[in-house]
Design a protein around this ligand. Structure first.
Ligand code: GLU
Length: 396
């Protein structure tokens, strides 16, 4: 392996995708696997969006290169949608269409970070953030949060971790993997703190429409207009379009321009068919996501109840996104199915092998002792999978 660059050798496969791949392999072998792994709506993409892509496939202009930064009409529609949904007014010229939200995170890190820069990363964090930071040569600085504080980082904790090397904070609300939703005044306080210290904020808003109960989404870019902000978002979660790969970043002019230049060498334009579908999505209504949200909310409540019924599992109520992130510390340090289970990594492996339930262990999210369950799967699968988990633990 000496030939592999240190950069590539240092990164691990995405744990969320790895567990999904493993579950798919087992299904291929005939196992009835219940997948709580990758966060991906079980709904199909709405028909009108699919039709837009089908029509686009028949139009020769979509068979050709288009501007690397995105179709002008899509960039304009994203600017319109951003104003509609979060109240943030942006110039379409500052919207860069990317190959999914993940690519927008990667590009933002590439254009803003240098070796020697530190990036504050409240934990638990999404598995891809630290890798995107490292791939830009910078260092993630983990700022832990606890289940007791609702997995929300405080300004005091951020400030305690700040040094002169701190270049950026990665902020996500609603949060993957915890489901935490920061109240608007806390978003404003974090943004004001970042602005005061000249720290960039990458705010990942991909779960903006998935909030439950009294929680409300608020954009840091709006709450703290004085902050230096890059907004990351995409169509995947809102329109059940995970496989289409369309996201975007919105930054100040020099950041967007740099991301556009980078993209002109890295990928050229995102697939025109996917962009045409995304155009139909962001210019259309939000009915489908409202329906999905209702289903997710129902599943969320069932999941929290069923998890908390298991001795050794403690699940707080997620207020957003579609993940429950319970502590499984009470199950660790003992034998399960004849195997010693020391960590949530071990537990995830045992659950997959013994009861064909796929979950993502907390370790790659920076949260050992926790496990992530997506509740974006069908009601029946959810009940079946959690039923298996309950029975497994009860059988001791
Ligand atoms: N963002 C989703 C998740 O965390 C999709 C998989 C991925 O890209 O990590 O499960």
């Amino acid at each position: 392996m000496g030939d592999i660059s240190r950069r590539a050798a240092d990164i691990t496969e995405s744990a969320t995708l790895a567990i999904t791949r493993r579950a798919a392999e087992l299904r291929g072998e005939g196992a009835h696997v219940i997948g709580f792994g990758a966060g991906e709506p079980d709904f199909p993409t709405p028909d009108a969006i699919v039709s837009a892509a089908i029509n686009a496939a028949g139009d020769v202009k979509n068979h050709k290169y288009t501007p690397a930064a995105g179709l002008p009409e899509l960039r304009a529609a994203i600017a319109g949608k951003t104003l509609r949904d979060s109240g943030y007014e942006v110039d379409p010229a500052h919207v860069i269409v990317t190959n999914g939200g993940k690519h927008a995170v990667f590009s933002s890190c590439q254009v803003l970070l240098d070796p020697g820069d530190d990036v504050l990363l409240p934990a638990p964090y999404w598995v891809t953030y630290p890798e995107a930071v490292k791939l830009a040569g910078a260092s993630p600085v983990v700022v832990p949060t606890t289940q007791e504080e609702g997995f929300q980082v405080s300004v005091a904790a951020l400030d305690a971790a700040r040094t002169e090397r701190t270049k950026m904070l990665i902020f996500v609300s609603p949060s993957n993997p915890t489901g935490a939703v920061y109240p608007p005044d806390q978003v404003a306080a974090i943004g004001a703190w970042a602005a005061e210290h000249g720290i960039w904020v990458l705010t990942d808003e991909i779960y903006e429409h998935l909030v439950y109960g009294s929680a409300v989404f608020s954009s840091l870019a709006v709450q703290a207009p004085e902050a230096k902000v890059v907004v990351v978002n995409g169509v995947a979660k809102t329109y059940a379009m995970t496989g289409w790969r369309v996201g975007w970043l919105i930054g100040p002019p020099e950041v967007s321009a740099a991301a556009g230049r980078l993209q002109s060498h890295m990928t050229s334009n995102v697939s025109n068919l996917a962009q045409r579908a995304a155009l139909a999505a962001v210019s259309g209504p939000l009915d489908a996501v409202m329906e999905m949200r209702e289903a997710f909310d129902r599943r969320r409540r069932t999941m929290v109840t069923m998890l908390n019924d298991i001795e050794g599992v403690v699940c707080s109520e997620p207020e957003g996104a579609f993940y429950a992130f319970p502590s499984v510390a009470g199950l660790l340090g003992r034998e399960w199915a004849g195997r010693h289970v020391a960590s949530s990594l071990d537990l995830a492996a045992v659950l997959l092998d013994e009861i064909q339930v796929a979950v993502v262990p907390g370790d790659p999210f920076g949260a050992p002792g926790f496990v992530r369950f997506s509740f974006a799967l069908s009601d029946d699968d959810l009940a079946e999978g959690l039923g298996r988990f309950q029975a497994f633990v009860a059988a001791g």
